[in-house]
Design a protein around this ligand. Structure first.
Ligand SMILES: *Cc1c(COP(=O)(O)O)cnc(C)c1O
Length: 444
């Protein structure tokens, strides 16, 4: 298909364009049939059709102005309230929606920064304590906001070490970060211990429940022991939870929640200093799609406690079948003891990335990670259809790899966030990545 590099003189036929768009998708990951393990949380065609209806009801509305669109603001307030009711809210807690986990995290870190400056509790180059398993959005936030991230070591079980967090506290620390669960190994950090440390030090504790926010709260009903991770834990002062992941909402929807309205007020931006008059914006972006708010509201109301509990039950069952199957293949191991539907697995003597290449050749899209080298999976109900086929192919890939092993080249985890690529041996991976990111926009 040829690139369209300039506007056509005359507009094209609608049917032709829709056909072309449908065709263009042919090169993409096959999420519908459960052959990729991240990026899309698919609740089925009927649920998708319903979300699209809800979204299109608010297709044109702009959430940046609660005075022009009070109904969008009210839907957002109701979404926040419903999510708070799931995550240990007792009445004082508040929040906002945002466009995604990254924005929720950026906003929370901004709130801590401006709160710390305003209250004079910390000065100099402000620091956040970021476990090595935390999502890169925290490093991105530090980068954007002029904060210094200080890494917190993991224990042997891949959970953040409270002892190391305590050691890394300084007079410039503004908050500690924890995950529920972490993306790489799917384990929940010791949040009660970290909360106690944060309280003693008078700093914030942000719990990143982007993945777990809509799974962990339902696990108790299913008979699982869930470690406490939400506002019920003393010391937890903010939480991020992604509606557009396990919340089964449309993309562009997350919740960022705070212990009280004072902390949240530091998230907001207001200026009176432009010709347009007083301008206030609650989040990072200006114009906000009303559709994403409406679809999130519709998802919460449609699924309810029962629906989410059922999604969690099915996702957890898929995860259990995958992990049991992987553990049964000689030479493979699951990393740590994952707490819910997210996990990674590696190989004892074989090159796990070479196994990934073989799986990719069989039509699976595999996410790579390192420290240690592993393949990453997020199980959802939509993978019920593909578990057995995946385990068969994985077994086959391992047997083939044993017969024709590729030399394990140790520390060269050739990976992007989810994608492999061959990094030239003489190039720094970070420089290489930056160059590749530019090439994405190259049409020549
Ligand atoms: C996905 C994710 C994020 C970032 O969310 P986006 O919606 O991709 O911006 C943050 N933390 C965790 C644990 C995640 O899984």
């Amino acid at each position: 298909m040829k690139n369209r590099v300039a506007l056509p003189e005359k507009g094209c036929r609608k049917s032709q364009l829709l056909e072309e768009l449908a065709q263009r998708k042919g090169v993409d990951a096959d999420w519908r049939h459960g052959r990729s393990w991240s990026l899309v949380y698919y609740g089925g065609d009927e649920h998708d059709a319903f979300l699209k209806q809800a979204y299109s009801t608010y297709f044109s509305e702009n959430g940046v102005s609660p005075t022009a669109f009070p109904s969008v603001a009210r839907l957002e307030a109701e979404v926040v309230s419903m999510v708070l009711s799931l995550l240990g809210g007792r009445g004082e807690e508040v929040g906002t929606m945002s466009s995604g986990g990254t924005e929720s995290i950026l906003l929370a870190m901004k709130a801590y920064r401006d709160w710390a400056v305003d209250s004079g509790m910390a000065s100099g180059e402000l620091e956040i304590l970021v476990p090595e398993s935390a999502h890169p959005a925290f490093l991105k936030a530090a980068h954007y906001l002029g904060l210094r991230p200080r890494p917190v070591a993991l224990r042997d079980d891949f959970r953040a070490s409270p002892e190391d967090a305590e050691r890394k506290l300084t007079a410039r620390t503004i908050c500690i970060v924890a995950s529920a669960p972490s993306y790489p190994q799917g384990v929940v950090d010791p949040i009660a211990d970290l909360g106690a440390i944060a309280q003693r030090a008078g700093v914030g504790l942000h719990v990143d429940a982007c993945l777990g926010g809509f799974v962990l709260p339902f696990m108790g009903r299913l008979g699982y022991q869930v470690p406490p991770f939400d506002f019920s834990v003393p010391g937890v002062t903010s939480i991020s939870a992604d509606l557009h992941k396990n919340g089964y909402a449309a993309k562009g929807a997350s919740a960022v929640l705070y212990r009280n309205a004072n902390l949240r007020s530091y998230q907001f931006f207001v200026t009176g200093d432009w010709p347009g008059g007083l301008y206030g914006s609650t989040t990072m972006i200006g114009t906000r799609p009303g559709g994403a708010v409406a679809a999130a509201w519709a998802a919460l109301m449609r699924l309810g406690i029962e629906g989410y509990t059922e999604q969690a039950r099915r996702g957890l069952e898929v995860a259990r079948r995958l992990m049991d199957g992987i553990r049964a293949i000689p030479g493979l191991f699951v990393i740590g003891e994952p707490d819910m539907t997210v996990f990674a697995f590696g190989a004892h003597e074989l090159d796990i990335f070479s196994i990934a290449e073989r799986l990719q050749g069989m039509g699976w899209r595999m996410d790579r990670q390192h420290r240690p080298n592993a393949l990453h999976m997020i199980a959802t109900s939509n993978h019920e259809q593909s578990v057995d086929a995946f385990l068969d192919d994985l077994q086959r890939a391992v047997v083939e790899e044993q017969a024709h092993p590729r030399a394990v080249d140790g520390e060269n985890p050739q990976m992007l966030y989810g994608v492999t690529s061959e990094i030239p041996a003489d190039m720094d991976p970070v420089d290489y990545m930056r160059q590749q990111m530019g090439k994405v926009y190259d049409l020549s």
